[in-house]
Design a binder for this molecule. Structure first.
Ligand code: F6R
Length: 261
């Protein structure tokens, strides 16, 4: 794991956007795994800016979203379909047929999940997976106790996740869907590169457990310790419970020095 600690959220999203930009310039037909939620909003804003101002071209990109609620229509203002459309898709040139999101309205969820996995494989696998982290260490909606080998499936959301997401449903926890389709931990682990973003003190404990704790299904993000190419981008608050923060800073400073940046 490469741990990069930055003074502010803006700094961390600008580094994340730069990593995505470099990957896209190297491989125009990049396959991206996308996250929703508050954390990646600044990353999408930065990518939209690069598209509009620098001509960063997404026309050959394919995207797969991590998750979607079950039980609300795609057109619901808080669905992840709506989120992606508003925050990213309508502002860049990713062809509609290249955008995949879990379908919360599928008649047969099991069959849909198998088709989703098959579509990822057909696209050649995910090159770069954007991740946020839940307060209890989930990635996607793989809640604590999720199998570390799990594939795309339906999960029941924990009370902590319902509480965290209630503000998107008018503050009413009972309005938050209790089920979601999510890529599995095993699915995420097959991405060639993972970019985990976290900001704010509410993520500090989950980040400390994921980065420095034991690998355990209790903290699904901890399995990223086994991933060969994961970058964890943090602001100071999210990094505040890390024991080895000084070392991570030193490693990153040395990297920049070696790269002459
Ligand atoms: C969203 C997702 C979730 C979020 C996590 C953090 O697609 O997969 O794992 O990344 O719940 O959410 P925020 O960013 O809202 O704190």
């Amino acid at each position: 794991m490469e741990i990069i600690i930055q003074p502010t959220y803006q700094h961390l999203v600008s580094i994340a956007a730069d990593i995505v930009k470099r990957a896209l310039l190297k491989k125009p037909e990049l396959v991206m795994g996308l996250a929703t939620g508050s954390t990646p909003i600044g990353l999408y804003e930065a990518l939209v800016r690069m598209h509009k101002e620098e001509g960063l071209d997404f026309s050959a990109v394919t995207t797969f979203n991590l998750d979607e609620y079950v039980g609300i229509p795609k057109t619901h203002p808080s669905s992840y379909h709506t989120f992606m459309e508003t925050q990213f898709f309508r502002h860049v040139n990713i062809p509609v047929e290249n955008r995949y999101l879990p379908q919360n309205t599928a008649a047969d969820h099991g069959a849909f999940c198998e088709r989703y996995e098959a579509a990822i494989a057909r696209a050649g696998g995910i090159d770069i997976q954007i991740l946020g982290i839940g307060r209890e260490g989930h990635i996607g909606f793989n809640e604590p106790s999720s199998s570390l080998g799990s594939r795309t499936r339906i999960k029941t959301l924990t009370r902590s996740t319902l509480e965290a997401n209630a503000p998107h449903f008018g503050g009413d926890i009972d309005a938050v869907p209790t089920l979601a389709i999510t890529m599995g931990v095993g699915t995420i682990m097959e991405a060639r590169q993972c970019l985990l973003l976290a900001n704010g003190a509410s993520k500090a404990s989950a980040i400390a457990s994921a980065v420095e704790g034991p690998i355990t299904a209790e903290v699904p993000a901890s399995v990223l310790q086994m991933h060969p190419c994961t970058v964890v981008l943090l602001d100071e608050a999210a990094a505040s419970a890390l024991k080895r923060a000084a070392y991570y800073r030193q490693v990153y400073a040395n990297k920049l020095r070696l790269l002459g940046e």
